[in-house]
Design a protein around this ligand. Structure first.
Ligand SMILES: NC(=O)c1ccc[n+]([C@@H]2O[C@H](COP(=O)([O-])OP(=O)(O)OC[C@H]3O[C@@H](n4cnc5c(N)ncnc54)[C@H](OP(=O)(O)O)[C@@H]3O)[C@@H](O)[C@H]2O)c1
Length: 257
């Protein structure tokens, strides 16, 4: 597919693994100058070296100066981003009742605050250029909150509300803002959530995975490249009239309209 983004600068947060990596690979294959990043600098550099035009940067997005460092590294390597993929680590699983308030603050920081700080750098440039794509990696939990993932449900719903408000404010400047909702895509994160469920319920990992796949109409977990294709479409030139949406990529997992 030609997404019309050759030469555009793409900053893909948390792209040393999982969904972020798959998105970075697809955007780079489309000719975008791509920043691959995560805490593991060597891994970021190794992935970038295998892509057509990319740099790898080691940044902890959750550190106070993480968003600043990420923006500055992108400008130094290429330019301010035309495409920003918002992505980061998910909070630890756990129930809503009795949740630790300090953990709520940490989850809000990770899922909302740091992304808003990064957007504060990126948006003015996109608006001045009259072209920009912001795509956030959310969760199927935004559409149908997931049991035992209280902090994730909380933070992602907050981000979704913020981005919907933002989308309307920047639409006339040629900047689109969308969110993609993954449901059970095969990554380290999915493996960790399944392991936690197995421990909590006393089942084996295989039993948990089988039961989980059975709830998905496709009867299987998704592949990162399948998710990345949906995200990459929203980053493309041809998605210019799509904004303020939540796009599910979940094999039919969420049952509601
Ligand atoms: N996979 C799914 O089906 C699914 C479903 C719902 C929601 N999600 C959410 O989607 C997001 C991505 O999930 P994933 O499945 O791709 O997870 P993953 O495979 O665990 O990858 C997480 C990525 O985040 C990076 N990361 C972790 N802590 C970081 C930090 N402090 N600063 C910067 N980067 C950091 C990791 O790299 P480093 O170790 O190098 O930092 C890695 O590249 C998560 O928020 C997850 O909860 C995923």
């Amino acid at each position: 597919m030609d997404l019309g983004i050759a030469g555009r600068t793409a900053l893909v947060c948390s792209s040393t693994g999982g969904l972020g990596r798959a998105i970075a690979e697809q955007l780079a294959a489309e000719g975008a100058r791509t920043v691959v990043c995560g805490r593991r600098e060597a891994q970021a550099k190794e992935i970038a070296a295998g892509l057509p035009s990319a740099v790898g940067v080691g940044v902890d997005l959750l550190a106070e100066d993480g968003p600043t460092k990420l923006f500055e590294a992108t400008v130094e390597a290429f330019s301010a981003p035309d495409i920003l993929v918002i992505n980061g680590p998910g909070p630890a699983p756990g129930p809503a009742a009795g949740v630790d308030v300090a953990a709520v603050d940490a989850a809000f920081d990770a899922l909302v605050r740091q992304h808003i700080r990064l957007l504060a750098y990126v948006l003015p440039v996109m608006r001045a250029r009259h072209w920009g794509r912001v795509v956030a990696v959310g969760s199927s939990g935004v559409a149908a909150p997931l049991p035992n993932l209280a902090l994730s449900n909380l933070g992602r719903a907050a981000l979704a509300g913020y981005l919907k408000t933002l989308a309307a404010e920047v639409a006339a400047d040629g900047v689109t803002v969308n969110m993609v909702l993954p449901g059970r895509i095969e990554t380290d994160r999915t493996a960790a959530v399944d392991a936690a469920n197995a421990k909590r319920t006393g089942r084996t990992l295989a039993e948990v995975r089988e039961a989980s796949a059975a709830t998905i109409p496709m009867r299987r977990y998704g592949r990162p490249a399948e998710f990345a294709a949906a995200a990459a479409f929203l980053c493309g030139a041809s998605a210019s009239y799509v904004t303020g949406t939540l796009l599910r990529c979940d094999g039919g997992l969420v049952q509601s309209l």
